[in-house]
Design a protein around this ligand. Sequence first.
Ligand code: ZN
Length: 295
Amino acid sequence: MSEKYEGSIHSRELKELICEIGRRVYNKGFAAANDGNISIRVGENEVLCSPTMICKGFMKPEDLCAVDLDGNQIAGKRKRTSEILLHLTIMKERPDVRAVVHCHPPHATAFAIAHEAIPQCVLPEVEVFMGEIPMAPYETPGSQKFADTVSPFLQSTNTIILKNHGTVSFGTHLMEAYWKTEILDAYCKMLLLAKQLGPIKYFNQRETTELLDLKQRLGFDDPRFHVENCDLCGNSAFRDGYKEELPQQRAFEPAPEYPGYLQSKSNNGQTNNTNMDDLVKTITEQVIARMGSTN
Ligand SMILES: [Zn+2]
């Protein structure tokens, strides 16, 4: 497989880009003091990253360091961030990923602390550019065990909430990876503001299907395109990835239950018996999961 990388560990331009994203992360309030870390893969076995114990708002290109894919430092005077293992796990399991941003944006992290599933089917841009945002289980930061918590969710998303910790987003370019975090935190902020006004209103089934059609035409992927019997607006597309409880919406009204995208495509809104059986099975499983999680 031929890999194209945009620079090297000596690339001034890429180092400046990391510093620029660091300033945005800090100025947006996504990383207090020395929190957060940023990385760009620059070669087969080379990753540029932010060092430990530095404020992301004041980094200079010469502060940055480089590691191999096992986390061994290969360049830089400062020590690499301890959370680099999270970035490297993502890059190893998703070879298309070139850049990772990890930080603690307050509104998204509020959902991470409350273990509150992020509602879907509320805003067009979020539906098209993000889709379902899975929530990885908690582990003490810095270890490989912590890095491995995101593995079950990596194949169908570019943004993950880390329980009781923060967020991680990634993509083919650093700017794209950062935007995922910005969109997510803005969305979580809107949800929290809307909640003070009353219940949030969801898209209906037609509106949701139209947005997913648009998403497919634009060439974006969504787990709902592939998962059978996946409720259109429920948080179930990643259900196989959750070893512990499936995240639930408790603070927000649960999303309405619409048949999955594949079903609504395959029978034009007509539910045949086979699909109805599957639907009943899915709903039953969800009810049991909900009952189990309220104990
Ligand atoms: Zn962190």
